[in-house]
Design a protein around this ligand. Structure first.
Ligand SMILES: Cc1cc2nc3c(=O)[nH]c(=O)nc-3n(C[C@H](O)[C@H](O)[C@H](O)COP(=O)(O)OP(=O)(O)OC[C@H]3O[C@@H](n4cnc5c(N)ncnc54)[C@H](O)[C@@H]3O)c2cc1C
Length: 233
């Protein structure tokens, strides 16, 4: 059978960054019934389907930070993002990751060009704010040229016989990478809280929002709980 390239988005995916990146849900384990059953294991009882009392139990668990039952739901995502987003994402140690390696392959290289440029925030060195007065086209062209130059340097180094593992050092932070990431629901909620926040960079925030869209059909009551509280969702 033909193999599919990892850079091809899975069927269930959401595009982000003006269509340059995406995140897809490629696998999942468990349902909301799994959460309440996991909580009830303490009493030695489980049920096949959720009822209204189970929804109350679910809310009780979240309210009281009884989070271990949430760990029985697991998601695997495929993520196509710039290198700098990957750097922020991989700080989350409770996820498992596997990534395309530039030690093995030099094909399908793409580079991110921000759809809109932002200025540095004055009162927060980590933050940025939208700017209407930017000559976006010219500045974005500067970024595109720099991306291209980094690819050209990489290709020239390979052509001269330099190994991929050293040549990749010249590739820009805008290079798109693809990785698989697996996480349980409890740690995913923590990620979403931190990364879909005003404090997070716009680019990673886009991915956090996309993940919410992908997982909401799997966990409608959990999502509904946070939406009603104005938290996370
Ligand atoms: C807006 C923002 C700005 C940031 N800025 C910076 C920055 O300037 N510099 C920088 O270096 N990082 C920065 N970070 C990264 C941040 O410090 C965390 O590394 C990242 O958010 C992952 O969070 P976490 O450790 O809670 O997640 P995970 O690694 O997924 O861990 C989840 C939880 O598990 C527990 N846990 C995991 N590992 C351990 C452990 N070894 N010991 C004890 N408990 C553990 C903790 O309770 C933790 O909250 C920033 C993050 C955000 C959201």
């Amino acid at each position: 059978m033909e193999m599919t390239h990892v850079n091809v988005p899975p069927v269930n995916h959401v595009k982000v960054l003006d269509g340059q990146g995406w995140v897809g849900l490629i696998d999942k384990l468990g349902t909301e019934t799994t959460i309440v059953n996991a909580a009830r294991v303490s009493f030695g009882k489980i049920r096949e389907e959720m009822n209204d009392n189970d929804v109350k139990l679910l809310h009780y668990l979240i309210d009281n930070r009884h989070t271990s039952p949430l760990e029985h739901i697991v998601f695997t995502f495929s993520v196509h993002c710039p290198l700098f987003v990957r750097g922020q994402w991989h700080r989350h140690r409770t996820w498992s990751y596997n990534e395309i390696s530039r030690r093995y392959t030099e094909i399908d290289m793409e580079f991110y060009v921000p759809p809109k440029l932002r200025v540095q925030a004055e009162n927060n060195r980590q933050a940025s704010v939208a700017c209407e007065s930017f000559e976006d086209d010219a500045l974005r062209e500067l970024i595109r040229k720099q991306n291209e130059a980094s690819l050209k340097a990489y290709e020239d180094l390979l052509a001269a016989g330099v190994c991929r593992e050293q040549a990749r050092g010249v590739l820009s932070q805008n290079m798109m990478v693809t990785f698989w990431a697996t996480v349980d629901l409890s740690n995913l909620l923590h990620f979403l809280e931190l990364r879909d926040s005003d404090h997070a960079q716009w680019e990673i925030r886009e991915y956090a929002k996309a993940i919410k869209k992908l997982i909401k059909p799997v966990i409608p009551h959990v999502a509904g709980y946070f939406e009603a509280k104005g938290q996370i969702w």
